[in-house]
Design a binder for this molecule. Structure first.
Ligand code: ATP
Length: 588
C-alpha cells in the first residue's frame, strides 16, 4: 500500500478535531487498506509500531533526526534548526524545508506503508550508542524517497510527536462501520480490545474474519487484559445503597496492581497501565509458578511492600525502590513484598471473566496455593454498615487504604470502571472527599534546604476532549527530603527545551517537563482561578479550576499513565459536590 495514501489521511486528520469527521476519514482509509497491512496502519495512527505492552519504543532524538534530514537533503543543519525553532514542530519544519528542495533537485520514488513500517521497526530494535549511525542511515534512506508530506509524518512518528487526537474508541467506531456497516457493533470490538489490549489484532480480525471472528475472540495468554476499575463511594451507607444486602469486602491494599500470566515456568507481569514490569519483580517470576495448580493461568494481585519482621503492610512508596534498572537483586532483599491475589481471569485454556465474583474467588483459592509470599487478599462477606465498619477497621490497622467492595454475582468487566466494584477509602470522608492524581508539567527550583531540587511542582489535570494537560495548581508541601531527591531523579531526564504543546499553562516555570509522570495530591478545596486552565470557561468565563492548599501525599504514581490522571470532568464533579455540601450546611 502506498504510504502517500496514509500521509494524505494523516494530513486530513490533523486538520480537524471533530470526532465524526475523524471517523469518516478513518473509514475511508480502512476501506482502501489491504487486510494484511491493516494492523500496521492502526498502530501507526496511534504513533506506535506494536501494542504498548510489547514495550517497543522508537526513541529517536531530535538531533539525530535533524542530521538525517540534512544528510538526505543536503540542507545545512543550521537552516533546519532555524526552521524548527520557528514552527516548533520538526516534522512540519522538515516538510517546509524539503518542499524548497524538491522544487529544485529531488526525484521522488514511491514508498510503501510496509517499507516505512519495516524500517521504523528496525530502528526501534537497534540499541546502544553505536546504533546512532545505523539509525541515521535508515532514516535518511526513507527521507530520500519521501515527498515532503510523507517525510513530515515519518519524522513525527519517529519523534513521537504524531498527535492526531484519535481515541481508541474512534478507531473502533471506524472499524465497525468499515467492516460491518454500522457503528452499533463497536461494543463487540470493544470486548475484543478489552481482553487483548491489542487494537491492531482487533482490526486484523474484523477485516479478515468479520464480526463472527470478533465474537469468537478470546483471551490470549501473555496479552494483558485491560483492568476492571472501581467507582468511589464516600460512606458505608452509600455503598449499601449501591450494592444491596450482601457483598464482598476486600482489603484495598496500597501496593502495585500486577497481572500475572503463567504457563509452566514462563511468567509475564503487567502493570495497571499494561506496561511490562517483569524486571522489577524477579522474586515473583521465581517463586509464584510453584504456587500454581493449573497448566496456565492469568491472575490479578496487589504486590505490597512488607515489614519482614512484623508482616505489616508498608505504603506504596516503598515499592518505588524497585523501579530501577540496576542492582535490582539488592532492592529485592531490602524491600521485600508479598503478592496478594484477588482475581483469576483465565485458567487451563479457558476464560474466567464471565464467571461471577463468587465463582472466581473459589477458582482462585483452588488453583493458587498460599504460602509466606503468595496470599489471598483478605475478604469478608458483609451485610450491613456495622460489618463494613468492622472490616474497614481491621483493614486500616493492617496498613491498607480502605476497602474494595464487590458484587457477588457479577462478572469481571475488563476495561471498565463501574459500580460492580466500589472503593471506600478512609480519606474520602474528609475535606475534598478524594485525593487527585495529577500530571507534573513544570518545576521551580528550590531554595535553602531544597537547593538543587525542584522545590515546587506545577501540576495539571487531563483534558480528555482535547488530549491536553491544563494546569491546576503549584504544589510545594508534603515533600520529604527523600521524595524530593526521588522526584528529581525521575523528573530531571524529562526536562524539555520547549514546552510540550499538550501543556496548557501561562505560568513561567523554571523548567518544563515532558508530561509523563503522575503524582497524588490532596487539597482542601477546589476554587475558581484566573490563572489556571483546568476546565477553563466551564463554570465561569475566563476562570479555570484550581486547588487550594494542595499537598503531595508522598505517592508517585508510576503505575499510572498520564491519560489515567484525574480529568477535568472528575474535577468538575468534585467542585459541584463541594458546592452542594456547602449549600446543605448553610441550610442546617
Ligand atoms: P486508586 O487511586 O484508588 O488506586 P485507581 O484509579 O488506580 O485508583 P481503582 O479501580 O480506582 O484504580 O482502584 C483499584 C486499585 O486498587 C487497583 O488498581 C489496585 O491496584 C488496587 N487494589 C488494592 N486492593 C485491591 C482489591 N482487593 N481489589 C482490586 N483492586 C485492589
Amino acid at each position: 500500500m502506498e504510504f502517500a495514501i496514509l500521509a494524505e489521511s494523516f494530513n486530513k486528520m490533523e486538520a480537524t478535531r471533530k470526532r465524526l469527521e475523524l471517523t469518516q476519514i478513518l473509514v475511508e482509509l480502512f476501506e482502501k487498506t489491504p487486510h494484511d497491512v491493516i494492523s500496521k496502519i492502526v498502530y501507526l495512527i496511534q504513533g506506535k509500531l506494536r501494542p504498548d505492552f510489547e514495550g517497543i519504543e522508537l526513541g529517536v532524538a531530535e538531533k539525530l533526526a535533524i542530521r538525517a534530514i540534512s544528510k538526505s537533503s543536503g540542507i545545512p543543519i543550521k537552516k533546519i534548526e532555524d526552521e524548527y525553532r520557528k514552527s516548533g514542530d520538526l516534522g512540519h519544519a522538515s516538510s517546509i524545508i524539503l518542499e524548497q528542495k524538491t522544487q529544485t533537485t529531488f526525484l521522488v520514488e514511491d514508498i510503501t506503508v510496509e517499507r516505512v513500517y519495516e524500517t521504523l521497526f528496525k530502528i526501534a530494535k537497534l540499541g546502544g550508542s553505536r546504533s546512532q549511525d545505523m539509525k541515521m542511515k535508515y532514516i535518511s534512506s526513507l527521507l530520500n524517497d519521501a515527498t515532503p508530506l510523507e517525510a513530515s509524518f515519518i519524522l513525527k512518528i519517529l519523534l513521537g510527536t504524531l498527535r492526531l487526537g484519535i481515541a481508541e474508541n474512534t478507531v473502533m467506531d471506524a472499524l465497525a462501520i468499515a467492516f460491518s456497516g454500522t457503528k452499533e457493533n463497536r461494543k463487540k470490538l470493544q470486548h475484543a480490545y478489552n481482553v487483548s489490549s491489542d487494537l491492531g489484532k482487533v482490526a486484523e480480525t474484523i477485516a479478515t474474519k468479520g464480526l463472527e471472528g470478533i465474537e469468537k475472540f478470546e483471551i490470549i495468554l501473555f496479552n494483558p487484559i485491560r483492568p476492571m476499575l472501581a467507582d468511589r463511594v464516600k460512606s458505608e451507607e452509600e455503598a449499601i445503597e449501591k450494592m444491596g444486602n450482601e457483598f464482598a469486602a476486600e482489603y484495598k491494599l496500597d501496593g502495585e496492581r500486577v497481572q500475572l500470566h503463567i504457563e509452566g515456568d514462563k511468567v509475564a507481569l503487567f502493570s495497571r497501565s499494561l506496561e511490562n514490569i517483569e524486571s522489577y519483580y524477579p522474586d515473583i517470576i521465581e517463586k509464584i509458578p510453584k504456587n500454581i495448580q493449573a497448566d496456565n493461568i492469568i491472575l490479578e494481585a496487589e504486590a505490597v511492600a512488607i515489614n519482614e519482621n512484623t508482616g505489616e503492610f508498608l505504603p506504596f512508596q516503598e515499592l518505588m525502590h524497585r523501579r530501577r534498572k540496576y542492582k535490582i537483586e539488592k532492592a529485592v532483599t531490602e524491600y521485600p513484598i508479598t503478592v496478594n491475589f484477588f482475581d483469576i481471569l483465565y485458567c487451563n485454556g479457558k476464560s474466567c471473566v464471565e464467571l461471577s465474583y463468587k465463582e472466581r474467588r473459589e477458582a482462585l483459592e483452588k488453583h493458587v496455593k498460599e504460602d509466606e509470599f503468595a496470599k489471598y487478599i483478605p475478604m469478608s462477606i458483609v451485610k450491613n454498615e456495622n460489618e463494613i465498619e468492622d472490616f474497614m477497621e481491621n483493614s486500616i490497622n493492617a496498613g491498607s487504604e480502605g476497602l474494595m467492595l464487590k458484587m457477588l454475582d457479577k462478572p469481571y468487566q475488563a476495561g471498565s470502571r463501574g459500580s460492580h466494584w466500589l472503593k471506600l477509602k478512609r480519606e474520602y470522608r474528609n475535606e475534598l472527599g478524594d485525593s487527585l492524581d495529577l500530571v507534573v508539567i513544570g518545576g521551580f527550583f528550590g531554595k535553602g534546604r531544597r537547593t538543587g531540587n525542584y522545590g515546587t511542582l506545577l501540576l495539571a489535570t487531563y483534558d480528555e476532549d482535547e488530549d491536553t494537560f491544563p494546569s491546576i495548581c503549584k504544589v510545594g508541601t508534603g515533600f520529604s527530603d527523600e521524595s524530593l531527591d526521588q522526584l528529581y531523579q525521575i523528573l530531571h531526564p524529562k526536562v524539555s527545551i520547549k514546552k510540550n504543546p499538550r501543556i496548557i499553562s501561562e505560568m513561567e516555570a523554571d523548567v518544563w517537563f515532558e508530561p509523563e509522570l503522575v503524582i497524588e495530591v490532596v487539597a482542601s478545596e477546589i476554587t475558581l482561578s484566573p490563572i489556571h486552565k483546568a476546565a477553563k470557561d466551564v463554570i465561569r468565563k475566563d476562570a479555570g479550576l484550581a486547588l487550594r492548599f494542595p499537598k503531595f501525599t508522598g505517592k508517585i504514581r508510576v503505575e499510572k499513565a498520564v491519560e489515567d490522571a484525574s480529568t477535568n470532568e472528575e474535577l468538575l464533579t468534585l467542585y459541584k459536590g463541594q458546592k452542594k455540601v456547602a449549600h446543605e450546611k448553610n441550610l442546617m
